[in-house]
Design a protein around this ligand. Sequence first.
Ligand code: 5GP
Ligand code: MN
Length: 339
Amino acid sequence: MQSLQQIFSLLLQPRKVVITTHQKPDGDAMGSSLGLYHFLLQFGHTITVISPTNWASFLNWMPGTKLVLDYERQTEEADRAIDAADWIFCLDFNTLNRTKRMEEKLANAAAQRILIDHHQEPQADKFAYGESDTSKSSTCEMVYDFIMASGHEDKISPAVSECLYAGVMTDTGSFRFPATSANVHRMVATLKDKGLDHGPIHEALYDNFLEARFRFLGNVLLNRMEIFYEYNTALIAIPQADLIKYNIKTGDTEGLVNYPLSIQGIKLAAIIIDRGEERKSSFRSKGGFDVNTFARKYFNGGGHFNAAGGQNKETLEEVVAKFITAMKENKDQLSNYQF
Ligand code: 5GP
Ligand code: MN
């Protein structure tokens, strides 16, 4: 994988470009994809943004979402764009299997794949160019760095700013997580200097839910959360029937895993959701407990040190039992937590 700097001089020649990201894109995935889209558009490239799956409706305010293809619904159109592409930017993921049904198409594409990502253990041999940096707060920060290093700061339009801000804000937990570096704050300062209005972005992302989602949250905290004080751990397990009862849509469960971390003493929070086709899990930790290793070892997943996820094919009851066994196996690390 060659460095991203190698493509700076090539940016000026119009090309056919695909930008894609991980399945069920979050704020950082969609924000980095569309931020890069609005930047590259100014060079005259022909660009198609493809999401492997659908996404949460609270992302639809982002400029450009109407043009994003959903691979599951618009497969033929997306395949044509991939066949014609010179470049495929892969943002906010680093293993092709995170694109689900797009994986094979991406793996066999004639185009050069370009990686921009901040997760651990990239499949570096799959990418012609790229940057993989786990110290970065978000892929949006990396796209911002890419734009600045390429010498085209003047092309940070309001649309670029809004998309990149959304991703850096969501991936840092609103500028709270340890990866929120001085560079992140300098980036925000630059975007503010360019006229970014950040308030409406927070509202669009966080104050934009239907009543049913709040009723669902009440039910989750009251009936679906178990606390294991001996292990400083909280587990939420959500049966599929709850998702149906409260009409829960893509994205409505995002952030739920963070609630138990606000309980005094809790070091590890887990959520396991029965999505029908699979049991999706998310893990969050405070301090020294490594959920990336935990997710890889027990839940076919991965992610970052303090935020990771996975998925299993077993029943919800079986995955819950697996979690409890895993928690007990990690008792030493979990129970000796110093605040
Ligand atoms: P979330 O819990 O929000 O789905 O994901 C938390 C972090 O872990 C994100 O950075 C996400 O990319 C990563 N992650 C989630 N699920 C998986 C997975 O199945 N495999 C890998 N490698 N990473 C995951
Ligand atoms: Mn990210």
